[in-house]
Design a protein around this ligand. Sequence first.
Ligand code: BDR
Ligand code: CA
Length: 320
Amino acid sequence: MAPDQPRPVSILLDCDPGHDDAVAILLALGSPQVRLLGISTCFGNCAVEDATRNAQRVLALAGRADVPVAVGAAGPLVGDVALGNYVHGVSGLDGPPLPEPAADPVAEDAVAFLRHRLLEAAEPVTLVVTGPMTNAGRLLRDHPEVADRIAEVVFMGGSTERGNHTPTAEFNTYADPEALDVVLRSGVQVRMVGLNLTHQALATPEVVERMRAIPTGIGRTCAAWMGFFGDSYHRLWEFDSPPVHDPCTIAALVDPEVIEWREAFVAVELDGTWTRGTTVVDLHRRYPDQPVNAQVAVRLDADRYWDLVIDALHRLGDAP
Ligand code: BDR
Ligand code: CA
């Protein structure tokens, strides 16, 4: 990094890979503006064992098995486990063959791992969450003393508009609303990247072609992932191109100009006959007595976003 560049943002990435989580990992690894201190995993797109293996295989693909991986929650704080294999396939990351993990997960579970990494860091660390909020919710519920060690929580989840897993609830917020509720009430600075934003991050045929043209296995793998993910989105939601949700969180840290934000009171529905897990985003101050507790992503510069992703993939060489 050139001397006049700002210091990289240190992050911990809590995820459930997942095709778009996998691209988020690669974007973090390939962006000098971000320093990935570790990965924790959660149930979500698949069982947590598969999410952990998928994270390790993506790290092996990038030749970065040195990044520590901690195994997290197998289910939510309350209620039944919801899984997204219907979108991401049997493994949670179906598609092209991937290398086997090149390292074991760390001995600590995700909550202990996140806590230790936050406490030992010289400065507050950004916690990026691209799966259900379970690990972060448990961390802040059981160890509230770490709150001031978290620079902010940037999460993919919820929506200002409609849902995907149910008509009103996005998958990650549906999968563990109680955990999100803990985080939203914690006093930690929160940025929400919901479906209203990520549906602007479409991997169009032109984007996929740019991935395929990268002269590494990583580029071809990402292009193939988009094929599997795109087929799911076409079958389930009639999209022509798949929205690549999770890397939007990392992109916001790489380039502060790529997303436009609005501040709002955000709550998550914990009950409701049909609406459990739905985010309520008060963009127009209809609840004036409620505090603003989040920055909400509203507009993506999609060209800039894809340039960031493609540039990062170019920077990553193939694993030795
Ligand atoms: C979210 O759910 C998962 O399918 C994706 O990985 C993303 O985090 C989108 O609703
Ligand atoms: Ca995810």
